[in-house]
Design a protein around this ligand. Structure first.
Ligand SMILES: [Zn+2]
Ligand SMILES: [Zn+2]
Ligand SMILES: [Zn+2]
Length: 111
């Protein structure tokens, strides 16, 4: 399901690829479980679409994914970027997480 570690798969595409064998709610239940177990992480893109990608080094639902995601406007692919995002500290606010989507052209398209 998630063999390419750096590529994300949209919820829509996942439901579609399992439609022969599983119904939508079963697929979502499995995804929720995998997310709780720290196997995959979920995030929303700029269109509000939900995406899932494989975690690296997350354990028992403790997610340490603080990397940005990259969306290619050319081929529509989404991937995890192996860089850390510096979350700014804002006075009197407590920031728990951040979701950054960078948009542009991926390595496959940029050539
Ligand atoms: Zn994670
Ligand atoms: Zn691309
Ligand atoms: Zn990611």
């Amino acid at each position: 399901m998630f063999n390419r570690t750096d590529k994300a798969i949209s919820a829509v595409a996942l439901v579609d690829s399992f439609k022969e064998t599983m119904n939508k709610s079963t697929v979502y239940r499995i995804l929720d479980r995998l997310e709780e177990d720290g196997i995959i992480h979920a995030f929303n893109d700029t269109d509000g679409l939900k995406w899932y990608a494989r975690c690296k080094g997350c354990k028992d639902g403790k997610h340490t994914d603080d990397h940005p995601h990259f969306k290619c406007t050319h081929c529509g692919s989404m991937e995890c970027l192996p860089v850390a995002i510096q979350i700014p500290s804002v006075q009197e606010y407590t920031i728990q997480s951040s979701e950054v989507i960078l948009v542009g052209e991926c390595a496959d398209c940029f050539s």
